[in-house]
Design a binder for this molecule. Structure first.
Ligand code: ADP
Ligand code: ZN
Length: 733
């Protein structure tokens, strides 16, 4: 460590250390033997425990220094950069989150304080195998194919498609060399100079603009809008290439783990190696390796979920937020942040570029582009021969459907036609499970969750009732829990499982696959299923919104939306926007390759403005109308909002606090904000806790966070009660 750094803390100097423990400020410690740098990751004593912390700055002092304890040791990881400290501070201010919780987000890698461990790596050896078999040949071919690269036993045997004993056998004979190497190794180099696909004129222009942005070396955000299949991914990979050429790191955020398989392959084709990954499907050791290597420059590119924003990048040049409108970018528990907005914040602090890619941008981003805050690039044509599908409504009022059937005769005819041609059909219904409601035909009782104000959803594959709020599940009852009548319980309404049953009856010859997030034990199983379907392994795909997101099914030519009206109801201010996006994305699944697609929307309200805008393909018309409506209502993005949820096992307690808060609205009125409520939250009870909601609305320029912080600070919460503040709420449950 260079003691020449003017900010270096010599041994014994008093420093402030921020920990992830729920304390209201950093604590003072003495710098350890050898001193430490600002930002150093350290281990400190806290009461009887040792905890992880970061040297946040000089200590405050003001107490008997003889009582000060010493930092135990400095960890073997790169110190946190100033810009990361600033990012955490500003993100904390924005989301009204205590700093320790922010630090927890930034250190979510297990074993950071462990000494670097070793692992065995396998490389090409000098010797020749005594006897050559197919399996052995494959192993040697993999090793030769990748040049000097070494692999772990699992990687090598997977790549070669052999058992690990084959590799071990080759080691014994000296044909493969086994080496001990530190576990946290740099990721394979990505090579931006490998040939790219030859881009169309439109694509070239967009890629050129993104490259220019990167060359400017300053912050900027670009909305890259283009219909599904227009080549947004190809275009932004060229921005990644430019970042790599500049020696800067690139982060690609994706909304769904399921998406990464296809994406990783594309990265490998473009840059010759796979990037680092960061999401819930990554093993603990891989997580630590990624965290450390990102910090040491041993990872040029990370593909990840929203929390990858909090990785310790050393030289971040580019953040891509793919499917930027996706609601999963908003974290809905713990620290309530929107990764899209935090990406912009992080980039602004470190002078990086942001690309927000979407076929159906959020109104927020659309408005920012209109206002000139973001650049905007449009890709209007689909790549190759593919064109937007024909869109038509099926007016359900005119269809004769027996009860408990949801596939209209018109849709059935269209589907049969496609299946007969060897093409695929997607039946889209955004509802997991078998049936959303189970009702007793004797007494009318609906089976609800014991802990939540929610109905239990029947999942027939699992033979259980499941609460989608809290996850509570119970076996399917045979008697009514309310009146005791036997065998009178009936499923009401469709979920994807029930739709599959109907499809099996209507299309007895067809191969049917159900894609719903809860039906797969692992992300890998889901990926495999998607792969298989894409290869033509099913005639009919039945799916929830999982399928709306970017998967490529080349044989798919017909999309039937079972209930296009679902989602139009509801109190959510973004209901229309969400429906518009979802329907357009689902429709966009059809005809991605050479064949022209059709999307049929079953609706009871074909004259609804949202349905009409979807059918007309009038995107700008829809956004303008939606923007006007929101502007008039003074709601986001033309006004600001904060949601407050109070919860407690005691209903009276939460209402009392809520009313108390509503009365003391002085700090809010001072900035022109208004408070609404308290009212029972749409889901009024979750896990046995009663929930009350207040909503704050403020004009666009108001200093909302400071006002809300001062406002809620006025009340003291009783021990069991909790208050959470959600700035820019996305969901209203
Ligand atoms: P988007 O991200 O807009 O949905 P993609 O970048 O995934 O679009 O492109 C859709 C498909 O078309 C992909 O299979 C992609 O490889 C292919 N494609 C797009 N542009 C080109 C191009 N210029 N040359 C070859 N293939 C392309
Ligand atoms: Zn529940």
């Amino acid at each position: 460590m260079p003691p020449s750094n003017p900010d270096f803390f010599d041994e014994g100097a008093l420093v402030a250390v921020l920990t992830a423990q729920p304390l209201d400020r950093p604590l003072d410690y003495l710098a350890p033997e050898g001193g430490c740098l600002p930002g150093a990751f350290v281990e400190v004593p806290l009461g009887p425990r040792k905890v992880l912390g970061v040297v946040w700055g000089p200590g405050k002092g003001g107490f008997d220094l003889k009582k000060a304890r010493s930092i135990i040791r400095v960890l073997d990881v790169a110190p946190m950069r100033d810009e990361m400290q600033e990012f955490l501070r500003r993100a904390a201010d924005y989301t009204l989150t205590p700093m320790p919780a922010m630090l927890r987000l930034a250190t979510r890698a297990p074993g950071l304080s462990n000494p670097p461990s070793m692992q065995k790596i396998y490389r090409l050896g000098e010797g020749e195998p005594s006897r050559i078999t197919d399996a052995r040949t494959r192993v040697l071919e993999v090793l030769r194919g990748y040049g000097g690269l070494g692999f772990t036993l699992k990687e090598l045997s997977d790549l070669a498609g052999v058992t690990s004993s084959v590799v071990k056998g080759l080691v014994t004979q000296g044909a493969v060399r086994e080496e001990d190497t530190p576990r946290d190794m740099p990721f394979a180099r990505l090579d931006p100079s490998l040939p790219a696909k030859s881009l169309t004129e439109d694509q070239q222009e967009a890629a050129g603009a993104l490259r220019e942005g990167l060359r400017s070396g300053t912050y900027g955000t670009t909305l890259l809008r283009g219909v599904t299949g227009s080549g947004k991914t190809e275009v932004y990979l060229e921005a990644v290439a430019e970042a790599l050429r500049q020696g800067r790191q690139a982060l690609v955020l994706l909304p769904e783990i399921a998406l990464t398989a296809e994406f990783l392959n594309r990265v490998e084709v473009r840059f010759g190696a796979r990037p680092a990954e960061w999401h819930s499907g990554v093993t603990m050791t891989e997580r630590r390796r990624t965290w450390k290597m990102v910090g040491q420059g041993g990872a040029q590119m990370v593909v990840g979920a929203r929390s990858a924003l909090f990785l310790p990048f050393q030289n971040l040049g580019l953040i891509i937020v793919d499917e930027e409108h996706d609601t999963s970018y908003k974290q809905e528990d713990g620290v309530l942040y929107n990764a899209r907005d935090m990406a912009v914040l992080r980039a602004a602090i470190c002078g990086a570029r942001v690309v927000l890619a979407s076929a159906t941008p959020s109104l927020e981003s659309w408005a920012n582009a209109e206002a000139g805050k973001y650049d905007r690039l449009d890709l209007d044509a689909r790549y190759g021969a593919a064109v937007m599908p024909d869109l038509a409504a099926i007016d359900m009022r005119a269809q004769k459907l027996p009860s408990n059937r949801w596939i209209s005769p018109s849709l059935q005819v269209a589907a049969n036609d496609r299946i007969a041609r060897g093409e695929q059909v997607l039946l889209f219904l955004n509802r997991r499970g078998y049936a959303p409601t189970t009702i007793c035909r004797a007494c009318g009782h609906q089976i609800g969750c014991e802990h939540c104000d929610a109905r239990m959803v029947e999942h027939r594959f699992q033979k259980r009732l499941i609460c989608h709020q809290c996850g509570e599940s119970a076996p399917l009852p045979t008697t009514c829990p309310s009146c005791g009548a036997e065998d009178r319980l009936a499923a009401v309404g469709p979920g994807v499982e029930r739709l599959a049953e109907e499809a099996t009856a209507l299309f007895p010859e067809a191969r049917i696959a159900v894609l719903s997030s809860d039906l797969f034990g692992s992300a890998r199983a889901l990926k495999e299923q998607i792969e298989e379907i894409a290869q033509g392994g099913a005639d009919i795909i039945i799916g929830t919104q999982l399928v709306a997101k970017g998967h490529n099914f080349p044989l798919l030519t017909l999309v039937g939306v079972i209930d296009a009206d679902l989602g139009l109801q509801g109190s959510d201010l973004r209901a229309a926007e969400r429906t518009f996006q979802l329907m357009r994305q689902v429709a966009g699944r059809a005809g991605r390759a050479e064949r022209r697609g059709t999307a049929l929307l079953q609706t009871f309200q074909p004259e609804h403005p949202v349905i009409r805008a979807i059918l007309a393909g009038d995107e700008n018309g829809f956004w303008r109308a939606e923007a006007d409506a929101r502007r008039q209502a003074g709601v986001p993005p033309y006004g600001r909002m904060a949601g407050i949820i109070l919860s407690s096992p005691d209903m009276q307690v939460v209402f009392d606090i809520g009313e108390d808060l509503a009365r003391r609205d002085g700090p809010l009125r001072a900035v022109g904000a208004q408070v609404f409520g308290p009212a029972p939250a749409p889901v009024a009870r979750i896990r046995g806790r009663h929930r009350v909601r207040l909503l704050v609305k403020a004009p666009k320029g108001a200093a909302l966070q400071a006002a809300v912080a001062a406002w809620v600070a006025q009340v003291r919460l009783p021990p069991q009660a909790r208050l959470s503040v959600d700035i820019d709420p996305q969901s209203f449950y």
